[in-house]
Design a protein around this ligand. Sequence first.
Ligand code: PHE
Length: 367
Amino acid sequence: MSEIDALNQQLSVLQQEALTAFTAATDVAALTELRVRYLGKKGSLTEVLKGVGKLAPEERPVIGQSVNIVKQVLGNALREAEIALQEVETQQRIEAERIDVTLSGRSRTRGSKHPVQTGLDEMTAIFTQMGFDIAEGPEIEDEFHNFDALNIPPEHPARAMHDTFFLKDDEDANVAESEAKPEAKPMLLRTHTSPVQIRAMQHFMEERVEPPFSVVAPGRVYRCDYDVTHSPMFHQVEVFKVDHDVSLAHLKGVLKHFLSTYFEKDLPIRLRPHYFPFTEPSAEVDIGCVFCSGKGCRICKGSGWIEILGSGMIHPNVLNSTGIDSEKFSGFAFGLGVERLVMLKQGIPDLRLFFENDVRFLRRMGS
Ligand code: PHE
């Protein structure tokens, strides 16, 4: 075989070998390596060219042309293979990072306001819209604000009826009764929000503010009691107004507006004579049964009325105890149980549901 034929054969073997290798390459990096191996400065094609020196001068351009063709063929094949592999790699990356927009999102469960808090906020807002100012007092109270100043002296039977939680003073707990400091004031968990009446009025007097005072005092209260309708901790909203010539008519008007706004319907109300030491006259307030519209049902025990709060005209002794002249001013006050009103509005049968924290209940009632 002539030199030139041998070279041509070498070239065609090389081309075949290179093309096979290109198709076998599985990634772009492998192709780059192959490019160096076949077409690089020290690659196989250069190697073949070295043999050209042995040829006769007129044969050289012939083989040169063949080499150029092989170079071109291999170059094209490489570019094509590269494009194909790049395409594959891009596809693989897209697959790996793929975001399935049809997949439903991961929902995060959000907490909600406790139904009692919702009720408390709604009730307070109705009063602030009527111009009442919000006041708060401590949950740990002394006997003066919880009882004495509210016209409930120590021997008063109402004091025993309040099922009060008294606090043990740490210091007193460790000394014998005979050694206990006589001036130590027993502290207690307030049994109602009425002590805020005293604190608010005292505050106004200290600041030398003259009536009118219009106050709404929402908060937690405590009584030693637990059944379907009683919890040792519950919430009250206390409302009072002091001014010249405040009358029962004002009390009734405020109550009527509050109740029809809260229950979102015009409800009949009834004031039933009652007794509270801190109001005179006193009345318990009933609303027409929200379940049977007054016809009589199991909830209202057939009467058509449901008792919802205690009220009355502030007793002169209470006004006087804070330094307000009961000859010049009068006032009304009432205190309502928040849980009870929320139960009536939402049709909740058992008060204890509020405090068991069963998420199914809270989720259903939450807002
Ligand atoms: N403090 C009373 C109670 O808890 C309610 C009340 C408040 C009654 C104000 C009259 C006036 O039962």
